[in-house]
Design a protein around this ligand. Sequence first.
Ligand code: ASN
Length: 551
Amino acid sequence: PAYGSPQHGSPTQSSFPTFDGPGEDGHSVAESRVLIIMTGGTICMRMGKDGYVPATGFLDAYLKPRPSFNDGSPTKCLPVMTDDETEVMLESLRTPPSKHARRIRYAILEFNPLLDSSSINAKGWGEIAKSIKRNYTLFDAFVILHGTDSLAYTSSALSFMISNLGKSIILTGSQAPMAELHNDATDNLLGSLIIAGHYMVPEVCLFFNHRLFRGNRATKSNAHDFRAFSSPNFNSLGKVGISTNIKWNLVNRPSTLAPFSVQTSLSTAHVACLRIFPGILPEMIEGILALENLRGLVLETFGAGNMPEDERLMTVLRKGVDNGIVIVNVTQCITGSVSPLYASGTALARAGIVFGLDMTTEAALTKLSCLLAKPELTVTDIRRQMSLSLRGELTEQSATSFSHPNSLLPPKLSRLTALAYAIKKGDQKSISSVLKESNEFLLNEFDYSGNTPLHLASTCRNIDILRDFLSQGASVHLRNGDGRTPLFLAADAGIEVNVSLLRESGAHLHTEEVEHAKLKLKTLKWDQESVGSLQVPNKVLYPVTCTLPRC
Ligand code: ASN
């Protein structure tokens, strides 16, 4: 597949007759084919006697009359595979040419019945996945129209159900129906079509209010605003404005040599979700864990993954784990991750409860349902996979070393490891290439051993490395896993020139540390007033309150 944006000169490649009719300037205009799968939701609703209800006939009622969705060319029928594996010819429309000289031709496959998304379940997710699979080779991309209430559950579920995706799948809906004069449906649908028709983003995405999110990172955060969705723990994948900007460095791509496939069943009947609250009783948790057939539980805990310190609660949870139930700890907070920061969270991990890190509840529940439906996985496999990123749904951080010492190093840690190796070898060429390649400032980050690159350079005989790091703004004040600064390490190693350079750069010792340094470097004057003035340009001072990764 071709990845890239029109701005980079590689628009979506279609396996279809790519050119269809002249554009305004008489030149041929490329055409992409998109299948819209209409499942229901406010976007297609009309007012009934008891409130909004989904209505059929979306293409005829709302898209045909709108010039931005219909360029007025004679309609054309496209082959579409339906749920009973029969091919039907569906009427399609096409948009006028975009500024990238591309039209989007689309057909709509309407589900029967159309749903308010609050009624969708695993069967509905299976139907969506099957429709995509049946039509995968017939279309360049897929747009799913869906209600907003459970949109983040559906986009999360599909992300886990689909493997080796090579085309864009974009879910959208609206807060106000297309039938209303002032609506967000037009923008959401047109934005989704534009991305689907121009860019190959091979992920299950959620597009809303001009933003493209990874589907399993999004959550509905507002019941009224047009800005209904957010992605609190992961940046959006792109934005549609005057121009469309896709953040290609964030986009996941299939990396295995395997064909597109879908898993169509999920074990939603075997999972539950429980929000911890002050005063929760052990019997309440016990009641849920005793449910017949329960195999997975998502616990929404406080803050960084804590719950009331009550031995009776722990006993009940431990019993659930021993009975083979996969219990996953996610935070009730909108933003942030669970971690072994507090004793209470650590006790849960020790009891065999899995850290769900920064997964949303929607992602945790659907991932668990998906994994539990795979007969080849053992409970241990599932527990392990719940803490790993399968589709970019969580950020593997310090918890990786806490619960999964054997898993692959996250990219930042592996860069820091490469840097540490190069510093030890005095290899300045490799040092600068690692630093250049990284899009974040690595010099104030801690490696697996709890040291910053400056700590490592402070005991190196090659003073040029130390000088180079200081001139790039490395902080002299950060303390390593043992609570030591680079200056202390340089003094302890007895390297006088490094000590002098660090002190010139503003480094200093605590009074208790001075005695130790005096013993090591007898010839140096250690009164604190003799600290040299800052000679290093662009110095950035970082606070010393950092959390150190510990194994
Ligand atoms: N109740 C509607 C649904 O989820 C809400 C919406 O789409 N805005 O189907």
